[in-house]
Design a protein around this ligand. Structure first.
Ligand SMILES: Nc1ncnc2c1ncn2[C@@H]1O[C@H](COP(=O)(O)OP(=O)(O)OP(=O)(O)O)[C@@H](O)[C@H]1O
Ligand SMILES: [Mg+2]
Length: 370
């Protein structure tokens, strides 16, 4: 004979996929009734249109059937505003179990990923000017790191010019529980972007200080679920306010500087690199994007010039991490998990990103050992 306690015990292992905590612990399981081998229960979701409802349903049914139940009747409900607020408070309280101060005199930061003892490696992707491929490099490096089994997040820190949701084809919106935001996951990468909070692609008209605040919120209000190995930041072009904010907010961040192969582009990118050095950010290396175009007969055409990446690496005394040729991902909207800007794992450019990710892991390992 099945008991309520057994059912609860079995469901202790079923996690809410977004929050990454047990449904039982989150008080999401209610009204358990057992009649012979039939179990009925209610799962109270954080929001009524929870995008991961189907996954929760499958997991709960599987767990209860594993106990020996023959039939499982599931009903779904959604939390009240009070319950959501309580859950939000609980998540904040339990994020690492304590609050952390970044620097004395500043507001406490609730998110432990920013704490000094956090194991998350921050990598800001930057460049001197726009359109060189920062966002493309960010999303592809993130996916490559995830393909290598790492836990990865992206913060699209380009608050005005956000592009990560489109590049990854994310249509889902983040779940907001009280004041806590849960990132959206795509291709095993957790993503947070201002684009999730803007209706109809309307322009954002906030000024500098507001932008910094928004970025800070991405660190303090976002519940990443589990400790990330890597958190990549896609920075806006140039060496403006936002770049400075990142420097002050995450002094331990490393940087990847993206450039095109043209000598003047490298010269401009050197400014971004110089700023990183001044603020003490370690430069992990240079990515030369749009390095060449490979014609059908295999010859390389250096349409945007040549040597910019190597020159920049020399100027900043760091490594040229990768040279990525021109080429669009050959993905089709009918594929599952389609995204327009992510190169397939088996493609030539996809492999270049895997190599880059391996080198990044190696270099960060080195950095940790020192
Ligand atoms: N290797 C490449 N081959 C072909 N197209 C590319 C490559 N890298 C980037 N692109 C394209 O170039 C454009 C600019 O890239 P992306 O948006 O990544 O640059 P960005 O530096 O983030 O720009 P911004 O400064 O506006 O944020 C995009 O349309 C992108 O798809
Ligand atoms: Mg960009």
């Amino acid at each position: 004979m099945l008991t309520r306690e057994q059912v609860l015990e079995a469901l202790r292992d079923v996690k809410d996929p977004e929050i990454n905590r047990s449904l039982v612990e989150l008080n999401m399981i209610r009204d358990i009734h057992i009649e012979g081998k039939t179990v009925s229960l209610t799962v109270v979701l954080t929001i009524s249109g929870c995008p991961l409802k189907a996954k929760i349903e499958d997991d709960v049914i599987a767990a209860v059937k594993a106990l020996g139940a023959e039939e499982v009747h599931l009903q779904f409900g959604s939390m009240t505003d009070e319950e959501r607020a309580a859950l939000s408070a609980q998540l904040r309280k339990n994020q690492g179990g304590q609050t952390h101060n970044m620097t004395p005199g500043q507001a406490p930061v609730l998110n432990p990923i920013l704490a000094k003892d956090s194991n998350t490696t921050f990598i800001a992707v930057t460049s001197g000017k726009g359109g060189v491929g920062k966002s493309t490099v960010t999303v592809n490096l993130a996916v490559a790191l995830a393909r290598l089994g790492k836990k990865v997040g992206i913060i699209d820190a380009d608050i005005y010019g956000f592009s990560v949701p489109d590049m990854m084809n994310i249509e889902q919106r983040p779940t907001v529980i009280g004041e806590t935001i849960l990132p959206v996951e795509k291709q095993n990468v957790k993503v947070m972007s201002m684009g999730f909070f803007v209706e109809d692609n309307s322009p954002i008209i906030w000024r500098g200080p507001m932008l910094g605040k928004m970025l800070r919120n991405f660190f303090t209000e976002v519940h990443w679920g589990e400790e990330l190995d890597y958190l990549l930041l896609d920075l806006p072009p140039g060496t403006g306010d936002m770049a400075l904010d990142v420097h002050t907010m995450i002094p331990q961040s490393m940087e990847i500087v993206v450039t095109t192969p043209h000598a003047t582009a490298a010269f401009v990118a050197a400014r971004a690199g110089a700023m990183a050095k001044r603020t003490g950010h370690e430069i992990l290396g240079i990515v030369e994007n749009m390095a060449w175009y490979e014609a059908k007969d295999g010859t390389k055409e250096y349409v945007f010039g040549r040597g910019g990446g190597a020159k920049l690496a020399e100027t900043l005394t760091c490594e040229l991490l990768a040279q990525i040729p021109l080429g669009q991902p050959d993905n089709h909207p009918s594929e599952p998990d389609y995204s327009p800007s992510i190169y397939g794992e088996k493609t030539e450019i996809g492999q270049l990103y895997i190599d880059m990710a391996k080198r990044v892991i190696e270099k960060c390992g080195e950095a940790v050992k020192q």
